[in-house]
Design a binder for this molecule. Structure first.
Ligand SMILES: NC(=O)c1ccc[n+]([C@@H]2O[C@H](COP(=O)([O-])OP(=O)(O)OC[C@H]3O[C@@H](n4cnc5c(N)ncnc54)[C@H](OP(=O)(O)O)[C@@H]3O)[C@@H](O)[C@H]2O)c1
Length: 310
């Protein structure tokens, strides 16, 4: 870790973060039904108490509400918080300056002078990778973000962003992609290995497969809304995997499937950012750090997920 550039070291020292997509989102997460701002406030507080200080937001989450709530919680927090947010490639954003202006608007909502990590949320089908990477470089040079990253970039797109930033001596700090026991594409297509070679921190999003890997949903009681449709087949297939996760959890004094799922991501060298809607979920998820599954347990989980994981 000594040879890592100072600007990105914090990411490599972070075991796990907290995802804030559900904080204000009604379309996927039913914000306002079953959890309120007070619950989210508690989720933040309990996470920080449990040692989770890296928070991942985005300008589009809840149309800015996630950033606003996060900003309010940060102000009250006694511990320093590492803040990450994201730029969305809206079709009218054609220039590098749109990246700069978008972060300035995020900083207003967050009530911060700078963030720790600013990420391009998705590659644009219209704008070259290089244009937004130039925007990231401007922001880091201006001190509006400590480090810069991308999200949902494949190997080629990631390499292109890396090359632009390298011209300015700026490391590409991270690539945030979907990764969990039901989706191991990045292990199979080489993206994870490439990130590790380049010291790019792989941030694993939806590490609980949007709640499926907690074991609380079954084929008879699927998750509500769009998640139910997305995971209808998986729910049948994953029952033996969930059984194994319970058994492995028992070897660790009663760790839950959620904690096993998150620890598995950490053991693979990634930084998971599970979402939490309330104190109970946040507390459980924080119990996934500070210990490691054995290599044999990781292998057993790999084998159990091999037949149906992507
Ligand atoms: N870059 C991107 O394109 C992208 C895409 C997706 C997500 N993300 C990031 O990744 C973060 C996490 O992903 P995610 O929110 O999609 O999915 P996730 O972390 O896999 O699942 C989160 C959901 O699972 C349930 N849950 C969490 N902990 C639980 C526990 N201990 N016990 C029981 N249920 C629990 C909650 O929903 P219920 O209670 O409703 O089940 C919670 O909202 C997001 O918040 C966001 O920051 C980024």
């Amino acid at each position: 870790m000594d040879e890592l550039p100072e600007a990105i070291r914090f990411l490599h020292e972070t075991e796990m973060g907290l995802g804030t997509w559900a904080w204000g989102d009604r379309m996927v997460w039913n914000y306002g039904k079953g959890y309120s701002d007070a619950d989210i406030d508690e989720a933040f507080r309990v996470s920080v108490e449990g040692g989770i200080t890296f928070m991942d937001s985005a300008e589009v989450y809840g149309n800015g509400r996630s950033e606003r709530l996060l900003g309010q919680f940060i102000k009250k927090s006694e511990k320093p918080i590492l803040t990450a947010t994201k730029f969305f490639p809206m079709p009218w954003r054609w220039t590098k300056n749109t990246v700069v202006n978008a972060l300035k608007a995020s900083l207003e909502r967050l009530e911060l002078k700078a963030v720790d990590l600013y990420q391009i949320h998705w590659p644009s089908p219209l704008v070259p990778i290089e244009t937004y990477a130039e925007g990231l470089a401007l922001l880091q040079k201006a001190g509006l973000t400590r480090a810069v990253g991308v999200s949902n970039y494949d190997q080629i797109q990631m390499q292109r962003a890396y090359t632009v930033l390298a011209k300015y001596d700026i490391p590409l700090a991270s690539n945030q992609v979907e990764y969990h026991l039901l989706n191991r594409k990045i292990e199979k297509n080489g993206l994870l290995a490439r990130c590790q070679e380049l010291n790019i921190r792989l941030i694993a999003y939806s590490p609980l497969a949007m709640g499926l890997l907690t074991g609380k949903y079954t084929p008879e009681t699927p998750p509500p809304g769009v998640r139910g449709g997305k995971y209808a087949t998986s729910l049948k297939n994953i029952q033996p995997l969930l059984k194994l996760m319970v058994e492995i959890g028992q070897d660790w004094g009663g760790k839950t499937p959620a904690q096993i799922a998150l620890n598995w991501c950490i053991c693979k060298g990634t930084l998971p950012i599970p979402g939490a809607k309330n104190a109970r979920q946040a507390e459980m998820n924080a119990g996934a750090i500070g210990w490691r599954l054995t290599p044999e347990q990781v292998k057993a989980l790999d084998t159990a997920s091999d037949s149906f994981s992507k």
